[in-house]
Design a protein around this ligand. Structure first.
Ligand SMILES: NC(=O)c1ccc[n+]([C@@H]2O[C@H](COP(=O)([O-])OP(=O)(O)OC[C@H]3O[C@@H](n4cnc5c(N)ncnc54)[C@H](OP(=O)(O)O)[C@@H]3O)[C@@H](O)[C@H]2O)c1
Length: 669
């Protein structure tokens, strides 16, 4: 696990959609260490906070300093250069103040680039906000080549917008008519909204078909938008969620904001600053806006009256982990113990049947955790009833459920018998349902369902598994709709332990773009997910470009359109390169070249040494089944652009297939 460091808060904090920049000192062995800064949510606002290593930046970023992501450090170095050039002190509060002032730019880039995908020459209407996002958005929009229509409610804002170069600076009163007049009745393609009520609705009416309405206010009635304005995209945003869910994007924006400031492309913004004594008033006044709260030296900090950081995992009840002796289950058990859980119920059909499970139980007990290693089949309702009854009778109250029981039984649809469907659905889907039904009376604060990326992107041969996981996803939504806790996690590939690692699938999956993550990374993601407020999240490490190249069918689906646009050029380029290679070689060696390519792909999929593959033997006779055939077909298409049928693949040898591919690529046989 990453080491946690305590940071006595000091300097300046910025609260924007619950995002705070905070500075302090890293505690090393009880003594204050180097100055650091990081970003927190409002729930974490407290006199002392702990951040895992990697979630903060050393303010005096030295070469080789271990803390913080490289991008964060990069952003801070840029910021420091910017401050030095302006002959400003690099004292920590200033660095943090500047860092805090980057947040509106992160919000603006998130809104305009990520959500609205604002294009050159498009028109954007930007409404005023107290936190500077409007001023940052004006600057970002102008750098993108858009035409900015910015409204203001006071003269200070008007002047600032003019200085920044907004194309049209309009008073709030009468802005609709003004925009219509200036655009000859056409309106705008994008609205950055911070308003509610009538002005927000009127702004919506200014959108052209296919317009994008980006809402920082979150009070707007989404259904109204959808019902009255088809073809209009609605995006509700907050920067905290971006940091939690897409830290790499957050960091990239932060880096670009710092770079923009350094190079003078962006003008710096100063968020409104409140004194620490005014923190309650400030938060109340701020609602969801960005504000800055100035805090004195760490030693003089008053106890904060605002919400204290709630600990995520509690010690006053029991946590049930189904699949508790599996790869994810044991990782989770240790994570729960490290987070303060005192009573765990780990469940598997066989109980703690392996030496590894017994060893883990000892380790958990050594941490002072009481563990019940239960043998029960969660796919059987009576087992679940007995399990819950026994927890109620003999253990602290059940306060959390993690459903990670599951098995795989992959088969192509034609081989998917009812028994094979049931084998996978029963523990996962029905198990979840029984847990849902029989824990209604328990005071749960979390109900986490371990689903899979397969339910989001599909996988040939996993019809049963996809269906079971899709059920989990929907159950999480349904529970939330009932006011019950529910979180469905579509996990990508866990390395080191668990069902994927056991099958040694990591390399193969990686070659399809499905990278893995470590146990530590998984638990970091779990923590972020549980701290957020989502019904369902995909936690994965996917190289979409590679995945789309191997999975040509989804590449054309609307769902992946924004990814496939990026992926296509490389796909085309790889095939073009192969064509060129073929063109440049003698006719007689082309088939051999393709046989080598095929052998490489086939060996990887069948997990056989390449030299064992005889080019004259039918692939079916080499053991290529229909599941492998589907994978090989995708790979062949990605590399050559030629689509072969599964029958072709199973019924042909590599030499014949190479000839077919050659023909498909336009070389007559
Ligand atoms: N590992 C990954 O990369 C990955 C990726 C996406 C999603 N997931 C999901 O995460 C969950 C955990 O995966 P994992 O990698 O930890 O798998 P794992 O190592 O195979 O563990 C699964 C555990 O579930 C238990 N189990 C199976 N059927 C059960 C039943 N009917 N009742 C009670 N326990 C049962 C098994 O123990 P017994 O045999 O003793 O019953 C096994 O220890 C699964 O639901 C999986 O679909 C995993």
């Amino acid at each position: 696990m990453p080491a946690a460091h305590t940071i006595p808060a000091g300097g300046l904090r910025q609260h924007g959609k619950t995002l705070i920049a905070v500075s302090g000192r890293r505690m090393a062995g009880g003594a204050p260490g180097p100055a650091v800064m990081g970003f927190l949510s409002i729930e974490q606002l407290a006199s002392h906070v702990s951040l895992p290593a990697g979630e903060f930046i050393e303010a005096q970023a030295q070469a080789g300093a271990s803390a913080g992501g490289a991008r964060f450090r990069h952003a801070m170095n840029r910021l420091r250069r910017f401050l030095t050039r302006r002959r400003q002190t690099t004292a920590i509060p200033d660095v943090v103040q500047r860092a805090a002032s980057l947040l509106p730019f992160v919000g603006a880039m998130h809104a305009l680039e990520h959500a609205a995908r604002l294009q050159r020459n498009e028109r954007i209407l930007i409404h005023p906000s107290d936190d500077g996002v409007d001023l940052a958005a004006t600057q970002v929009a102008l750098t993108l080549g858009a035409e900015v229509f910015a409204t203001y409610a006071d003269e200070g804002k008007r002047d600032a917008l003019r200085v920044l170069g907004a194309n049209h600076v309009l008073p709030m009163a009468g802005f609709v008519d003004a925009v219509l007049a200036l655009t000859h009745g056409k309106g705008v393609q994008v609205v950055l909204n911070t308003l509610d009520g009538e002005p927000a609705q009127k702004s919506l009416l200014l959108l052209t078909p296919f317009g994008r309405f980006v809402d920082f206010n979150k009070t707007f009635d989404q259904w109204h938008v959808l019902s009255t304005h088809h073809n209009i995209g609605l995006h509700t945003l907050d920067t905290r969620t971006l940091l939690d869910q897409e830290p790499a994007t957050f960091q990239a924006f932060l880096d670009r904001a710092a770079s923009g400031l350094e190079r003078g492309i962006f003008q710096p913004l100063e968020p409104p600053i409140f004194r620490i004594e005014e923190v309650d008033k400030a938060l109340e006044a701020a609602h969801d806006r960005n504000i800055a709260i100035e805090i004195g030296a760490a030693e003089t900090l008053p106890a904060l009256p605002a919400k204290q950081r709630e600990s995520l995992i509690r010690s006053d009840g029991s946590y049930l982990v189904t699949g508790g002796f599996g790869g994810f289950g044991l990782t989770l058990a240790f994570w729960l113990a490290d987070r303060g859980a005192k009573s765990l119920v780990l469940v598997g059909r066989r109980g703690a049947a392996t030496p590894e499970a017994e060893y883990a139980l000892d380790g958990l007990k050594a941490k002072g955790v009481s563990v019940w290693a239960a043998a029960a089949d969660v796919g059987k309702e009576e087992d679940v009833v007995n399990l819950i009854r026994e927890i109620q009778a003999k253990h602290p109250p059940l306060i959390g459920v993690f459903h990670a029981a599951g098995v795989l039984d992959d088969a192509m649809l034609t081989d998917l018998t009812l028994d094979r469907l049931r084998a996978v659905m029963q523990p996962k889907a029905m198990g979840a349902w029984y847990l849902h039904q029989h824990t209604r009376e328990s005071p749960l604060h979390c109900f986490v369902l371990f689903s899979s990326i397969s339910a989001l992107i599909g996988k040939p041969g996993q019809g049963n598994y996809v269906a079971a996981n899709a059920f989990l996803d929907q159950l999480a939504h349904a529970r939330r709709a009932e006011g019950l806790p529910g979180l469905g996690l579509n996990w990508g590939v866990l390395a080191e332990v668990g069902m994927a690692a056991r099958q040694e699938l990591d390399d193969l999956l990686e070659s399809y773009g499905l990278g893995s993550f470590t146990r530590d990374e998984a638990m970091r993601m779990l923590e972020l997910a549980m701290r957020g407020d989502h019904a369902q999240l995909g936690l994965m490490n996917v190289d979409w470009r590679t995945w789309l190249n191997v999975n040509r069918a989804p590449a054309v689906a609307l769902r992946y359109q924004h990814l496939s646009d990026d992926a296509m050029p490389e796909h085309g380029a790889a095939i073009q390169a192969l064509k060129k290679e073929l063109q440049d070689m003698d006719e007689g060696v082309r088939v051999g070249h393709l046989v080598t390519l095929l052998a490489g792909l086939t060996a990887r999929i069948m997990r056989l040494p390449e030299e064992n593959l005889d080019p004259a033997t039918l692939l079916g006779n080499l053991g290529l089944d229909s599941l492998m055939g589907t994978e090989l077909r995708g790979n062949v298409e990605a590399h050559t652009g030629v689509v072969l049928s599964i029958l072709d693949l199973q019924g042909g040898n590599m030499e014949q297939l190479a000839e077919k591919i050659l023909e498909g690529m336009g070389y007559p046989g």
